[in-house]
Design a protein. Structure first.
Length: 199
């Protein structure tokens, strides 16, 4: 009985990987616009409703890696030394996110060009990405509050986290070449955080 949650989680992860794989193949072959949710579900061998248990829309598959980024950023708080303050926790989270955006194995994949096209067509951050970023920020805020209960100046720290995440996402989708993207993200996060650090 205690093994059942683990089995469910493994099955869920397998289904998610199948959906990402199917969507990737179809997007690259047909393009995002010409691919339907039904197409993706059929290719993955699942029901249409199963797709929506994992992704709210087909465009969300393009940003499937973000949840993993958030989990790794939360785990980075385990490495923040005892006695550190919440500001150091925020810095650790943002540094981890920047490193992940700079990692060619952690989001810079065969769907990168399609993400860039979607951003261009949306004239900014797609609505699905905005929702995901809001959800990610909430998860990171919860993790920080758990690690640093009732820190002084929390509204400012939360704003610093949000500014850094927004800057990273905007820079990531605005720059085409991976080498330029990494530099742009680091610069954007640094500039976003400058106003929140003591002079």
């Amino acid at each position: 009985m205690t093994k059942e949650p683990g089995i469910r989680e493994r099955k869920r992860a397998e289904t998610r990987r199948a959906l990402v794989g199917a969507a990737t193949e179809l997007f690259l072959d047909r393009g995002v616009a010409a691919t339907s949710v039904e197409d993706i579900a059929a290719r993955a061998g699942v029901a249409r409703r199963t797709f929506f248990l994992h992704f709210p829309a087909k465009e969300d598959v393009l940003f499937h890696y973000l949840e993993g980024h958030v989990r790794r950023a939360v785990r980075a708080l385990d490495d923040v030394p005892d006695g550190a303050d919440a500001a150091q926790g925020v810095d650790a989270v943002l540094a981890t996110l920047v490193d992940l955006f700079d990692d060619p194995e952690a989001g810079t994949d065969e769907l990168a060009d399609l993400r860039a096209e979607l951003v261009t067509a949306s004239r900014g951050l797609p609505a699905s990405l905005v929702v995901r970023l809001q959800r990610a920020q909430t998860e990171l805020v919860d993790a920080l509050r758990e690690r640093f209960p009732d820190p002084a100046g929390w509204p400012t720290l939360s704003a610093h986290l949000g500014a850094g995440m927004g800057a990273a996402a905007a820079a990531a989708v605005a720059v085409d070449r991976p080498g330029d993207r990494a530099r742009a993200i680091r610069d954007a996060v640094d500039r976003a955080g400058a106003g929140f650090r003591p002079a």
